[in-house]
Ligand binder design. Structure first.
Ligand code: WT7
Length: 648
């Protein structure tokens, strides 16, 4: 990382101490860091005791065959029992587990006792369909409670789920069903998106013309729209599941029993089936959810706005919150249906206390205007979280001011599908936060920044983020491809996990994430991160969002091309573009001035909110736009192209 760009990021000097009241009653205090650094494995062994084990583990970590880890390997547990039954047994059966809010405005409250019945019935139904321990089940559902029930039913019987995001195409579903060799698919007629029913089952029907091995399709009725039906294969959820007994004995599974496979968004190459197992995964999902959000299960109302189709939904809608007995909101739809205040209205309606969302949504709210959240009572909020990409300081400060009333702590949580759970984050009752920094590895986690030669960089320098010790919720392998697991994550730096992200350590040793290493540009011999230029642009009052790419350039190697979305009141003009270029130059140095700035109304994003810079690079380099199948909205690229002058 070049020194001039490093200096810039470290210029962010705003600091926010934890609220005294929160600090005084925090679930986790500064002692946890000391305790974990004294004996990391003892620390995790203690965290494993958060769970109910049928057979308590005596082993903590087996690292005898690195990088293939086993955690708590001689322990046995049932993950679904931990997420549901034990709360009912502890007398909390009447506590609401899920406040479901459908996009059309229908709502349902489901208590832990009801969830236990639903999961038990679904587990019985899966077994009746011949699904057994060790099988794989593909789940292709909208954000409805049955998605949670389906996942927990799989966990209960020891079948691994493979949730495929509802926005993926038939081809994407087919390749994932095939790779995991799924026996059953659970889907729905459709869900509601942007104010109308959006069909799901046709994609499954099409996918199943391309792959073999799926014996049944279990179909939830959500929209009531007409669906094609294959007799003998398709089964209605309400006919099969509702008729089952609500008694189902949870079998004790090995700690290393596969829990799920989740395919990473795959910006390039064949998607990787990330494999997670049971005991270690649940330990870290549960610990981090308790520690990072300071969850008080009897009084908090938690809301994670992610979709269940990506890992945030797995760990921080299903396994973390439910293992902790939380009350949470699940919302089916889009943030601007029927109006741009919908999400704030939901916070107000349920008295949400903890909100976990992504920078892309925060910047969208900024773009829509400060007056919208101001119309709602958000005073219940006490902790705000961010995940998915680096959050630029301006968005961080806006989030705190306009959503958090200028007083809630913000936890910027760094992790990945592969890490299974949060790895680097402030603790809300402990950390003095810095806008834009994820700050420190959590207790029990070892992260650092190294240079090209794997040498740890000193404070004040940048390089590659690595994890130096195994952790309980780490991926165990890439499904069916151990060699790719070794090559992708453990070969770049001997004995260390390579995360693929650039990062810096500031003078205090706090970590600032800089985005994917693939997104670092090389301009006239200087490394410049796309994140920093984007952050500088969003720091200008006229800019709501930006995406920056390096386009091949005959003179400078790569040239910086920026795509920007303007805030509501700003108008596109030559003066504004010149002003933006100068603003970046002043903030980061002249080398970082974008060669071109293009004003657009949308950016291409995956369903998990990540900007697909690869597609923008295609535009910037004047190529045919590549594969758009993982885009959240496949029409965006056409829209962007129609907004740009032809050629250049
Ligand atoms: C990549 C992982 C973690 C669940 C959602 C994404 C980026 C994630 C942050 C953050 C900076 C972040 C990284 C990482 N990322 N959180 N707080 N600050 N970058 O899961 O799809 O597996 O993506 O998301 O680049 O490697 P994923």
């Amino acid at each position: 990382m070049s020194n001039e760009s490093l200096a810039n990021l470290l210029k962010e000097e705003r600091r926010f101490a934890p609220p005294a009241e929160l600090a005084a009653s925090a679930n986790v205090t500064a002692d946890a860091y000391a305790q974990a650094s004294e004996d990391r494995l003892a620390f995790w062994a203690e965290q494993a005791r958060r769970l109910s084990w049928a057979v308590e583990p005596t082993e903590t970590l087996d690292w005898s065959n690195p990088p293939f880890a086993k955690w708590f390997a001689d322990g046995k547990l049932n993950v679904a029992y931990n997420c549901v039954d034990r709360h009912v047994e502890a007398g909390n059966g009447d506590r609401v587990a899920i406040h479901f809010e459908g996009e059309p405005g229908d709502s349902r409250a489901i208590t832990y006792a009801q969830l236990k019945d639903e999961v038990s019935k679904a587990a019985n139904a899966l077994q009746q369909l011949g699904v057994a321990k060790g099988d794989r089940v593909a789940v292709y559902l909208p954000m409805i409670p049955e998605a949670v029930v389906a996942m927990l039913a799989c966990a209960r019987i020891g079948a691994a789920h493979s949730v495929v995001f509802g926005g993926f195409s038939a081809d994407a579903v087919a390749s994932r069903i095939k790779d995991a060799d799924a026996k059953l698919v659970i889907t729905a007629d459709g869900g509601y998106r942007r104010g109308k029913p959006s069909a799901l089952k046709p994609a499954i029907d099409e996918a199943l013309t391309k792959v073999d091995g799926v014996e049944n399709v279990l179909v939830v009725r959500r929209t009531g729209e007409e669906v094609a039906w294959t007799e003998g294969r398709d089964v209605w959820w309400h006919e099969l599941v509702d008729a089952q007994s609500a008694e189902h004995a949870p079998e004790a599974h090995d700690a290393e029993q596969p829990l799920f496979i989740l395919y990473t968004s795959g910006t390039t190459g064949k998607p990787k089936g990330i494999l997670h197992t049971s005991g270690g995964y649940l330990t870290q999902a549960s610990f981090t959810h308790n520690a990072v959000f300071d969850l008080k299960p009897a009084t908090d109302v938690y809301w994670c706005t992610a979709d269940i189709g990506w890992v945030t939904g797995h760990s921080y809608i299903v396994y973390g919150p439910l293992s902790n007995g939380a009350t949470q909101v699940i919302y089916e739809g889009t943030p601007d249906t029927p109006h741009q205040g919908r999400m704030f209205e939901i916070v107000q309606k349920y008295g949400v206390t903890i909100l976990y969302t992504a920078p892309t949504l925060i910047r969208t709210w900024m773009k829509w205007g400060d007056d919208i959240p101001a119309q709602f009572d958000l005073s219940s909020l006490r902790v705000l979280g961010s995940v998915g990409e680096p959050i630029n300081p301006e968005a961080w400060v806006w989030y705190r001011e306009h959503i958090g009333a200028g007083k809630t702590p913000i936890v910027d949580t760094w992790w990945q599908t592969e890490t299974g759970a949060i790895m680097i984050s402030p603790l809300p009752g402990v950390t003095e936060t810095k806008p834009g920094s994820a700050q420190r590895a959590l207790p029990g986690i070892a992260a650092t920044v190294v240079d090209d030669e794997a040498r740890e960089v000193p404070d004040g320098s940048g390089g590659y983020l690595v994890l130096t010790e195994p952790w309980p919720s780490m991926l165990r392998t890439i499904w069916g491809d151990d060699q790719r697991y070794v090559d992708t994550y453990w070969s770049r730096f001997e004995g260390r996990y390579f995360a693929g992200d650039g990062a810096k350590k500031d003078e205090d040793g706090d970590i600032w994430l800089l985005g994917r290493v693939d997104d670092v540009m090389l301009v006239s011999g200087h490394n410049i991160s796309t994140t920093e230029v984007e952050s500088a642009l969003v720091g200008h009052p006229a800019v709501a969002e930006s995406a920056v790419v390096g386009a091949t350039d005959a003179t400078t190697g790569q040239a910086i091309v920026a795509f920007v979305i303007l805030r509501g009141t700003a108008a596109d003009s030559e003066e504004l573009i010149a002003d933006l270029r100068n603003h970046v130059g002043r903030t980061l140095g002249p080398i970082a001035k974008p060669k071109q700035i293009k004003v657009v109304s949308e950016l291409p994003k995956t369903r998990s909110g990540k900007i697909m810079r690869r597609l923008l690079r295609d535009i910037a380099e004047g190529r045919e736009v590549g594969d758009t199948t993982t885009l959240a909205d496949s029409t965006v690229m056409n829209l962007i192209q129609s907004q740009l002058p032809a050629a250049g």
